[in-house]
Design a protein around this ligand. Sequence first.
Ligand code: HEC
Ligand SMILES: [Cu+2]
Length: 326
Amino acid sequence: MLSLVVLTAACGGDFPQSSLRPQSDVARSIDDLFRGIFWLAVGVFVVVEGALLVAIVRFRERPGAERPKPVHGNTALEVAWTIVPAVILIFIGVPTMLTLWRIDRPPQGEALRVEVVGHQWWWEFNYPDLGVTTANELHVPVGHTVDLRLRSDDVVHSFWVPRLAGKRDLVPGRENQLWFTVDSAGVYPGQCAEFCGIAHALMRVRVIAEEPDVFERWAELQSHDAVEEPGGEALVETGRSIFFGAGGCISCHTIRGTPAAGVLGPDLTHVGSRSTIGAGVLRNTPTNMASWVKEPHKVKKGNLMLDMGLSDEQARDVAAYLGSLK
Ligand code: HEC
Ligand SMILES: [Cu+2]
């Protein structure tokens, strides 16, 4: 009894990354397929194990019983156990192929195009029709199909948000496609699902699904250049001058509307509006931002950002500047 309690305790909870709680059209068709095959398998299990139990009980050896007659060469039996599994395979194969074709064809109707670029170890998202570039947090409108075009900048990665779709690889030199339509607003976590180097386990992604009007407001804000309000807070001012000067940050990062145009790291134009830092390893708070810019490798081992040797004060000021980029 106690062990049962312990065992089933693992089954409670929210399961934000369970493919058994689908939240999109594509995820649901995969889940339907899974459930159909699962119940078919349960049927096969019950029949086979039932027959086994009957055989064990009815035909077990009894004192004085005759030796049983061998079934070798029984044509009817052999034909039956060839045909029955073939029929079962048809019941598995046909729905599987239909589902694969359905999710493999291009999205039907209007779809929002997003280019997804995999980098060691973060995600770049470009919305070519909206003029938006962001990282690690993919905003999508609820009820609208999104058409993801996936590429890689370095090695093979795999985009996997279990509640929204199956895995899709990002392969250098080719473009893959993945689409889905999210059912309801919420945050759907996922992660890279193809080993891609030392920080692979820390290459997380969040899909933030919003009602269309909320999404439109977000896209509108994100499409603007960074707002460099003159005469901001003193910390922000100092932070900005470190970012564009001694910090050396502009060799790798872009802040649209400023001279910063580096492309090795995530676009930071609106980094203050993201909820996490470093592909989901930290919540985006001033303190966390300061520890990230001061010692990125303490936070995320092996990542490709350079430690620019900032002091605690400099890191705090740069964090204040980045936090102001909403
Ligand atoms: C050698 C190139 C390089 C330099 C120089 C560099 N960075 Fe980065 N930065 C990166 C890379 C690559 C990442 C992505 C790390 C990851 O998540 O794996 C990153 C990530 C970040 C992030 C997190 C962004 C997000 O959305 O998760 C911030 C903030 C940041 N850098 C700020 C800075 C600041 C401030 C400086 C200057 C002190 C700086 N960077 C210097 C390459 C660089
Ligand atoms: Cu990976």
